[in-house]
Design a protein around this ligand. Structure first.
Ligand code: ACO
Length: 325
């Protein structure tokens, strides 16, 4: 089998910083509580009504093309994973292809909330492995500030905006995406959901009055399920690839809560410097957390390093992906 390998990475976060001290002025919370319970010090927020998810995704892709010296005409496909698309109808992928000037690519969206980037990475890799496409861009992008109620302290402290992009190409070398294991369980929807705006509860005065267009979460349920789900799927992937966790160089976990990240790292027996963390600066950027970590820490990874990527999110959806850099 020919593998799909990541050959370029790009990232984007908005300039505007929303610090814990800013949030202290908006809801009944404090910096110490947020840092101790989540590890988040600040997050980035889009501060321009003209900037949508596709714009952030395009900025990340343009950075990828510049730094990776990628010819836009050679990109075959763009998969955008997001739960905050620009529009209900018209894919964000389509907008990105237009805004980034990709003449020969087609664009689509996938949505698996915080697990979305990993799912999209496996879809994109399959298209490369099959030979159907030569260059596939996978983007995780979310403008969470568009679905957060900044009067709800249970959620507004957690989320930020951002986008990350990777380019996948075929390789004959023994590197690239090696394996994935994913799960979904729709019964988890009651614990983490944006209820309205889709076909089940179309937007109406009632859904607006009931604040059903915002993220609603039972944090404690999600917290426990996230640690369990991420640890289980990492172990499953390790086992099916005859690997011990000690052979993994780096864990790239979805950045939802530092305590979740540390627990998963501890269960896998990894040291602190093996577990990549940027939640302190960006908060939870949903589908963007993992590609933003790849972007932030790419200079630490050497050719052939073994990376375990793992995520948990709304759905519930969760899983792990093993790749050699
Ligand atoms: N500031 C101060 N106090 C607060 C805040 C706040 N922002 N929020 C809650 N509290 C209070 C609570 O009211 C509660 O008070 P009480 O004991 O008097 O009832 C107390 O702090 C403890 O609340 P918990 O909810 O038990 O706090 P916990 O330690 O669980 O932290 C958190 C809450 C941060 C939300 C955590 O549960 C969490 O991170 N959950 C997982 C989030 C996640 O992984 N989401 C999935 C990905 S997101 C996606 O897919 C889109």
């Amino acid at each position: 089998r020919k593998n799909a390998v990541i050959t370029a990475v790009g990232g984007y976060v908005p300039d505007t910083i929303l610090s814990n001290h800013d949030l202290e002025k908006m809801v009944d919370t404090n910096n110490e509580w947020i840092v101790a319970r989540t590890g988040i010090k600040e997050r980035r927020i889009v501060n321009d009504p003209n900037i949508a998810t596709s714009d952030m995704a395009t900025y990340a892709l343009k950075r990828l093309m510049e730094e990776g010296n990628v010819d836009p005409d050679e990109i075959d496909c763009v998969i955008v994973s997001t739960s905050t698309p620009d529009y209900v109808m018209v894919s964000t992928g389509s907008m990105v292809c237009e805004k980034a000037g990709l003449k020969n690519a087609w664009g689509i969206d996938t949505n698996a909330a915080c697990s979305g980037f990993l799912y999209a990475l496996t879809l994109g890799s399959s298209m490369i492995e099959s030979g159907r496409c030569k260059k596939v861009v996978v983007i995780g992008a979310d403008k969470n500030s568009s679905i957060i109620n900044y009067a709800d302290r249970n959620t507004c402290i957690l989320f930020g905006d951002g986008a990350g992009a990777v380019l996948l190409e075929q390789t004959e070398e023994p590197v690239g995406l090696m394996d994935s294991y994913f799960r979904t369980d729709g019964s988890g929807k009651e614990n983490l959901i944006v209820t309205a705006g889709g076909s089940k509860f179309p937007a109406s005065q009632q859904t607006l009055d009931d604040k059903l267009h915002y993220v609603r979460q039972d944090g404690r349920v999600v917290f426990k399920a996230a640690i369990q789900g991420m640890t289980d799927t990492c172990n499953k992937v390790l086992k099916s690839n005859d690997l011990e966790s000690s052979q993994i160089n780096y864990l790239i976990p979805h950045q939802a809560n530092l305590r979740i990240i540390q627990s998963v790292g501890d269960y896998l027996g990894l040291s602190e410097d093996q577990v990549k963390v940027n939640i302190d600066r960006y908060g939870n950027t949903t589908a963007a957390t993992i590609p933003l970590c790849l972007w932030d820490f790419k200079d630490d990874f050497k050719y052939g390093d073994k990376l375990m990527l793992t995520a948990f999110g709304a759905g519930f959806s969760w899983g792990a992906t093993y790749l050699k850099w």
